[in-house]
Design a protein around this ligand. Sequence first.
Ligand code: PCA
Length: 205
Amino acid sequence: MNRILLSGFEPFDGEPSNPSLEVSRALSGSDFDGAVVKAIELPVDRYRAVQIASEAITSIKPELFIMFGEAGGRFRVTPERIAINVDDYRIPDNAGNQPCGEPIVEGGAAAYFSTLPIKEIVSSLIERDIPAAISSSAGTYLCNRVFYSTMHLISVERMNTRAGFIHLPYMHRQAISKRHDFPSLALETLIEAGRIAIRVAREKS
Ligand code: PCA
């Protein structure tokens, strides 16, 4: 069976929730013309996150793997263009790791491009009135690390999986609880964005 794998992260940085987890959970079990979604939750732990993502992709061998993460402060849903081979954390992860400028894979490629149709995803989102833009930096924290490690695994193992990363803004409920103003989108809108990204990625493959 054709399978679609989605991942979301547990909350971090003092947040009570993470939109990426909510979106991937909401879409878990959905059927896209016979391709069924499986969602996994990743810890914000530099070692366990990569281990769990790698095990899932190796055992499921999905046709499509979309990784989601939170990017608090962004206004738009942002498909990432590129993953880079560096871990440089502004804050420790949930296990207390804080690497400073280390390679993710010693001797690995400097970077990998997303194999999602990022331009088509952005234009389809905008057509549906969902704020979206391509991002050319996934940062140097856990999201970039999982994105890079996944693309590296797919490349080394010559897998047939189309994969990429999409950063999501805060949900309204996160922004409401803050003392200062932050951009946010409705959870329903973020879930719809996830659905659109899957549909477009499948159509364009
Ligand atoms: N966002 C972080 C890691 C987990 C998440 O949801 C990031 O952008 O790296």
